[in-house]
Design a protein around this ligand. Structure first.
Ligand code: IPM
Ligand code: MG
Length: 358
């Protein structure tokens, strides 16, 4: 197959880890007889330097003309957030591209690789041989995209953020979640706050309605506060989780720490047409940028998700995933996932090791 990939490396460690993802994709192309073409475009602070904005029209055009978007990371140092280059950077670039392409589906796997169980903050007794939870987050609705307003009411400062869901938005994410749950453990946990919020009452009803078409998937509802607690207490009781935009933001960060490092998990954002953008779950890590020590696994697994979800290449996905697992099992580690008795490799060497195992 011939595919054109828009490459948005962005800021911080983005460009370094992106090189490694491309190295692995090139190996996949060679091995499976595909042709991948890459078109680079700027986003975030890198785009600001060139165009004075974080999400230039020219970048959206490159993405729109591609078969999929591979995204690195955006954003600057914590202490430079008021600098015009970084001010509002993540919000503008990330929420802007989600809105532009209507990426309403967000897939955030939380994987504990067997070889990394020792560095997970969870107790070994909770992890077993490792696990794999899929968190499905609704990405273009809810409180994120409602009206935001700050005003003055009789000399008192007031802020409002509207949370809104319509049944079509919920039905769309429900269908995706049930379809995915069906291919996994057949168990779907829908997370909401239906004891307080109208949005959640509607969410729950629509989930129930959707479940009628999926006799082979067991649907369970859980309140967000309880879900956060259960995820930490008993992570292996979760398989596939579906939730709204803000709860998904929080739960996916919570679950991402189980992996032991922010540098190992990928994610996918998809729209109703199946067009997708793929990005590491961690951020731009400006503190370690440019030093050649960042872990490229999150970017590599994001590229693998692109193969699976945008290009329908399941075998190619498996080849990359297995190469990552094997590399870790062989004790090859970047500094973030390295134990005292191991020697850490750099970003590029990690990419070489994974590519060689594909
Ligand atoms: C994420 C991020 C974004 C979000 C921010 C940067 C707007 O935290 O992708 O989870 O809240 O969605
Ligand atoms: Mg987040």
């Amino acid at each position: 197959m011939k595919k054109n990939i828009a490459v948005l490396a962005g800021d911080g460690i983005g460009p370094e880890v992106m090189n490694e993802a491309i190295k692995v994709l090139d190996k996949v192309a060679l091995k499976f007889g595909h042709e991948f073409e890459y078109t680079e475009a700027l986003i975030g602070g890198a785009a600001y330097d060139e165009h004075g904005e974080h999400l230039p029209e020219s970048t959206l055009k490159v993405c729109g003309g591609a078969d999929a978007v591979l995204f690195g990371s955006v954003g600057g140092p914590v202490d430079a957030q008021d600098d015009p280059k970084w001010k509002g950077c993540e919000k503008t670039a990330i929420l802007g591209i989600r809105r532009h392409f209507s990426f309403n589906i967000n897939l955030r796997p939380s994987i504990v690789f067997e070889a990394l169980t020792d560095i997970s903050p969870l107790k070994k007794s909770l992890i077993g041989d490792g696990f794999d939870i899929m968190i499905i987050r609704e990405l273009t609705g809810g409180i994120y995209f409602g009206k935001h307003e700050t005003s003055d009411e009789n000399g008192v400062r007031v802020a409002r953020d509207e949370m809104r869901y319509d049944e079509n938005e919920v039905r769309a994410i429900a269908k995706v979640a049930f379809d995915i749950a069906k291919t996994r453990g057949g168990k779907l946990i829908s997370v909401d706050k239906a004891n307080v919020l109208d949005c959640s009452i509607l969410w729950r009803k629509v989930m129930e309605e959707a479940s009628a078409d999926y006799g082979d998937v067991a649907l369970e509802h859980m309140y967000i506060d309880n879900a956060a607690m259960q995820l930490v207490k008993n992570p292996r009781s979760f398989d596939t989780v579906v939730t709204g935009n803000m709860f998904g933001d929080i739960l996916s960060d919570l679950s991402s720490v189980f992996a032991g490092s922010l540098g190992v998990l990928g994610s996918a954002s998809l729209n109703a047409d199946g067009f997708g953008m793929y990005e590491p779950s961690g951020g731009s890590a400006p503190d370690i940028a440019g030093r050649g020590i960042a872990n490229p696994i999150a970017q590599i697994l994001s590229a693998a998700m692109m193969l699976k979800y945008s290009f329908g290449m399941q075998d190619e996905y498996d080849a990359v995933y297995d190469a990552v697992s094997q590399t870790l099992a062989d004790g090859v580690r970047t500094g973030d996932i390295c134990s005292a008795e191991m020697k850490a490799v750099g970003t590029s060497e990690m990419g070489d090791e994974i590519a060689s195992r594909v």
